[in-house]
Design a protein around this ligand. Structure first.
Ligand SMILES: NC(=O)c1ccc[n+]([C@@H]2O[C@H](COP(=O)([O-])OP(=O)(O)OC[C@H]3O[C@@H](n4cnc5c(N)ncnc54)[C@H](O)[C@@H]3O)[C@@H](O)[C@H]2O)c1
Length: 260
């Protein structure tokens, strides 16, 4: 039974896509949601749609000052932060030769430095509470290798390292740290490369078919995994990577072998 009644949960990147589904899913179970994102209009619309105590705060996760403002403001208003769901991330598609050092650094800034800064910002109050849950949204690209995404993959592998180190360090303070690792699906993240992807429909079909359960990962599955990990139902669970990926990170699917 997952009960999130009145839990105060900060969700980054909640203005659209997976983060929006997570924010709405946690709110539906009673949580008081704070959405942090750089997309102000979209973020405010999501918070308004959720209604009740849900709020939007402008937050660039790569900026330490933004974290201080949002975390201090939330603590002043709500008195506590029970969970941080760090979902905000950026993608860069490019071979190693087509990934500039600036692009590589920008991806680490959002996808790895962001969760580092966010964790540093929420841990002091969680320690005082003697309880807290931190969930990072990783990716199967942080569990297996894939070509053309060196900057993104490096950030997501690094995120799992951050999670495991924090899980060991913070467990005795009552703080659990876990990573949910979805497979590819949400098209909005790929929008800057949409023209490239429409030129390779066979590749996309192969990618979505190369898993035990074929097709895109439903957002609701990711949101449910997060709800479990922020709730007391997972009280003894820390340091895990939870793939929500139709089995994509578990192996390879050869269609012909199912006929053998
Ligand atoms: N889309 C996929 O196929 C896929 C696959 C595996 C994992 N994921 C992961 O799921 C999470 C959500 O992805 P999505 O598909 O919803 O992506 P998305 O691009 O649709 O949404 C990302 C959100 O993060 C916000 N964001 C980006 N940079 C930010 C910053 N500096 N500060 C604050 N907010 C910022 C964006 O404004 C946006 O609202 C990410 O961690 C992503 O890596 C996505």
């Amino acid at each position: 039974m997952i009960d999130l009644q009145d839990r105060v949960i900060l969700v980054t990147g909640g203005a659209r896509g997976v983060g929006r589904a997570i924010a709405e899913g946690l709110a539906a179970q009673g949580a008081r949601i704070v959405i942090g994102d750089i997309l102000v209009d979209a973020g405010q619309a999501v918070a308004k749609g959720i209604g009740g105590p849900a709020r939007f705060e402008k937050l660039d996760v790569a900026l330490e000052g933004d974290w201080a403002r949002v975390v201090d403001g939330t603590l002043a208003r709500e008195g506590r932060i029970d969970a941080l769901v760090h979902n905000a991330a950026a993608l860069h598609i490019g071979t190693i030769e087509n990934t500039s050092p600036e692009a590589f650094r920008r991806i680490q800034d959002v996808n790895l430095i962001g969760p580092f800064l966010g964790t540093r910002a929420v841990v002091p109050s969680m320690k005082k509470q003697g309880k807290g849950a931190i969930v990072y949204i990783g990716s199967i690209d942080g569990m297996i290798g894939m070509n053309g995404i060196c900057a993104y993959a490096a950030s997501k592998w690094g995120l799992r390292g951050l999670a495991k180190s924090n899980a060991m360090e913070l467990g005795r303070a009552g703080i659990r740290v876990n990573t949910v690792c979805p497979a590819g699906g949400n098209g909005e993240m790929f929008l800057p490369w949409a023209h490239t992807l429409t030129d390779m429909p066979e590749d996309v079909a192969f990618y979505l078919g190369n898993r035990g359960i074929s097709g895109e990962t439903p957002f609701s599955s990711i949101a449910n995994a997060v709800a479990y990990l922020v709730s007391d139902a997972s009280a003894n669970v820390t340091g895990i990577d939870l793939p929500v990926d139709g089995g994509a990170a578990s192996g390879c699917f050869m269609p012909g072998f199912n006929l053998a």
